[in-house]
Design a protein around this ligand. Structure first.
Ligand code: 3MF
Ligand code: MG
Ligand code: MG
Length: 412
């Protein structure tokens, strides 16, 4: 092939993505509770070792492009859109009114707001630092995020306490830090109760998001399970207002099974919001888009969520790779992420209604009917053949994933 001149590359990408087929119409995509973060689309490719590879994108452009793709909800950190020094000032109200205009003109809703408590230098020692003025600043930021949420019509507030930890052990007392962190969340919930009353709206659902490492060396609430224990610790004034926003990759990062972590959150009644992406076990936060690494695991996750009627948002918290251009972010990255999600969600429906999986599962639950349930040998023998069905179910899941259940034949 001859070199492809720069001015023909976008057309090539557009033609090939069209040729891939399988794209859903924007109206179909909008039927799913999919939310698009400002920060994901505006990510310029920078990181600790990386310079940006893309140009900045305004929130107006992100909202317009999400509308075109069929992503019906938008979410943001306070400082993605409002410069830190303008928070709770005139600049904030002006930006909020521009956001509301952009959302209205494009038929999008703001689903969630989140506080940036990890980027600014003020969080060097976390939002629950020893110095009371840092904690007062954090409480003020959280209260302001709640106010922004109500102003924009959001239903959820998310908190990722990425700087709640340390680089060197022994410098802080973890129990103090956790108490102080709870004080910040309590301030957010108290403010929410007041502001919700003024607006005649329900209070927000406050969702904690855990990540096991990054950016600190040690994180005090590293997993969704740690977050559940924290919610139940007695430190929160309104534990009923606080739930979870697990992130798929964050659970994989510590070596856990995302599906099992989600099951524990479901049992606790705290699975309220879900960040969807992909990546590798026991690696850093690569934020690859859903289904590009672990489609079978993702199918399993969605079977669990469909079986338990999860009805919260699916938040596209991934990062378009640095190799993707500004054009590619909206031409390839977001539409294909959405379409893989929808495909896997629909396949999860196929799994749940698959007669083979259903019969196998029912048989396993019926058991073999041991003559003496207090005799190990008799119980073991009664189930010996049935238990082969576990592997059969695994095989069937793969068949459904690759379409082989429809009777694919190969020339061999
Ligand atoms: C970091 C994350 C965050 C959180 C966000 C919402 C930048 O790994 O996942 O995204 O999702 O701060 O609270
Ligand atoms: Mg993440
Ligand atoms: Mg996240």
């Amino acid at each position: 092939m001859k070199p492809v001149p720069e001015n023909r590359q976008q057309a090539l990408v557009d033609r090939l993505i069209e040729a891939c087929g399988g794209a859903y119409a924007p109206e179909t995509r909008r039927k799913y509770y999919i939310t698009g973060p400002q920060w994901a689309a505006a990510y310029e490719g920078q990181a600790l070792f990386h310079a940006p590879t893309r140009k900045p994108v305004s929130f107006e452009e992100v909202i317009r492009q999400y509308a075109k793709i069929g992503i019906g909800h938008w979410c943001t950190h306070d400082t993605d859109v409002i410069p830190t020094e303008q928070l709770d000032k005139d600049g904030q109200s002006q930006i909020l009114s521009r956001i509301k205009t952009a959302l209205r003109e494009n038929g999008l809703e703001c689903s969630m707001v989140t506080a940036e408590t990890f980027f600014n230098a003020v969080w060097a020692a976390s939002p629950a630092a020893e110095a009371p003025e840092v904690r007062e600043y954090a409480a003020w930021r959280l209260r302001n995020v709640v106010a922004i949420g109500h102003e924009l019509g959001a239903k959820f507030a998310v908190y990722w306490p990425g700087s709640l930890g340390y680089y060197t052990q022994g410098a802080i007392d973890e129990t103090d830090t956790l108490r102080w962190y709870a004080d910040g969340l309590n301030a957010a919930c108290e403010a929410d109760i007041e502001i919700a009353k003024q607006h005649g709206r329900p209070t927000l659902k406050h969702c904690l998001e855990a990540k096991p490492f990054e950016p600190q060396a040690e994180i005090l609430l590293p997993t969704s399970d740690a977050m559940l224990a924290f919610i139940g610790s007695g430190l929160l004034a309104h534990p009923e207002m606080v739930g979870l926003n697990p992130e798929y990759l964050h659970e994989l990062m510590w070596g856990g099974a995302p599906r099992a972590a989600l099951a524990r959150a479901l049992l606790a009644g705290k699975l309220w919001h879900f960040d969807i992406n992909d990546g590798y076990r026991l690696k850093h936060d690569v934020d690859i888009a859903i289904g590009l690494v672990n489609p079978l695991d993702w199918l399993n996750v969605l079977v669990l969520l469909r079986s338990h009627n999860y009805s919260g948002p699916f938040n596209l918290d991934f990062k378009p790779p640095r190799t993707t251009s500004n054009h590619g972010v909206f031409a390839v990255s977001f539409p294909t992420a959405v379409d893989r999600f929808i495909t896997l969600w629909e396949m999860a429906g196929d799994v749940i209604s698959d007669p083979i999986i259903k019969e196998a599962t029912d048989a396993l639950k019926a058991g073999g009917g041991a003559a003496d349930p207090h005799d190990a040998a008799s119980v073991t023998a009664a189930n010996r053949e049935l238990l082969t069905l576990h592997e059969l179910i695994g095989h069937r899941m793969v068949q459904i994933l690759i379409g082989a259940h429809r009777g694919r034949t190969y020339s061999a």
